[in-house]
Design a protein around this ligand. Structure first.
Ligand SMILES: [Zn+2]
Length: 277
């Protein structure tokens, strides 16, 4: 023993033995090791946090998707569409986050698969909702733009379209619209959806609302007491747009109602008398 103890420094070389024993080097090594351990732990913690956050988002996405499905399903029912054409009640893909989420963090491959599945579901639903939207837009817009009914809720037809005796001059003159008489301040409503293109005072018309319905069709509501829409307003069918009055060239409270087709007044009676679609 004594021999080795004596010999070892000689055998390994004096410097090497000394370096092994150097406490500062050992300390440095330990520090490096600890730093790496800490880094790994931090990375692990970080990725777990990220996975948890992603899992949470995945759960939210699927909840949203389910709400969209419910909405789509309701739209299909409301519109009385062919159910087979729009399928919003397909069961969620197997292994979805809601069924399997148990509080544990996802493993990465699971998460990737779930994200892919939900992406595919969203793409599919988006496509269906898009189709549904197109269908709705066309159908509803056409029906809404369809001019039908009277521009008032209470009152009576007091003058037809065509030649008549002018109430001011007593002469035979052309009457370019239909008159509805009623109580001053009663409702004047839009006969179809459109955009307000005139809302103001205009000569003999008095306070006038003009609505463009597209397709070359315009309606006018004249002699109003008060206007309730502005130029540029989107107007719904049946919307209250003005109050009946006697402004302009008028002898008493009434609405002078015109329908213009490609800029020319036509007899509104066929529009008034037809049933709404
Ligand atoms: Zn008139």
């Amino acid at each position: 023993m004594t021999f080795y103890r004596l010999v070892a420094p000689l055998w390994f070389g004096e410097d090497y033995a000394a370096s092994l024993a150097d406490p500062t080097i050992v300390e440095a090594w330990n520090q490096r090791l600890n730093a790496q351990r800490e880094e790994i732990n931090s990375l692990k913690r970080h990725s777990t946090e990220q996975i948890d956050a992603l899992t949470l988002r995945l759960g939210e996405m699927q909840a949203r998707l389910m709400r969209l499905d419910a909405l789509g399903q309701r739209l299909v029912e409301v519109a009385k569409l062919d159910q087979g054409e729009f399928n919003f009640d397909t069961p969620p893909a197997l292994g979805g986050p809601i069924e399997s989420y148990s509080g544990d963090s996802y493993r990465l491959p699971d998460l990737t698969t779930s994200l892919d599945q939900i992406q595919a579901q969203i793409d599919h639903r988006a496509q269906q909702l898009e189709l549904l939207n197109d269908l709705f837009a066309n159908r509803q817009f056409e029906a809404e733009r369809f001019i039908a009914g009277r521009p008032i809720t209470r009152g009576w037809l007091s003058s037809h379209f065509g030649y008549r005796t002018d109430p001011f001059s007593g002469r035979r003159v052309w009457h370019a619209g239909v008159d509805f008489a009623g109580k001053e301040g009663s409702d004047v409503i839009a006969v179809a959806a459109g955009v307000g293109t005139t809302a103001g005072k205009r000569g003999g018309y008095g306070w006038l609302v003009e609505i463009n319905h597209g397709g070359g069709l315009v309606t006018r509501y004249a002699h109003c007491k008060e206007l309730l829409v502005k130029v540029g307003d989107i107007v719904q069918k049946g919307q209250l747009i003005a109050l009946m009055g006697s402004t302009g060239r008028s002898t008493g409270p009434h609405v002078h109602f015109e329908v213009l087709k490609n800029g020319r007044q036509v007899d509104p009676i066929k529009y008034i008398n037809r049933a709404s679609r």
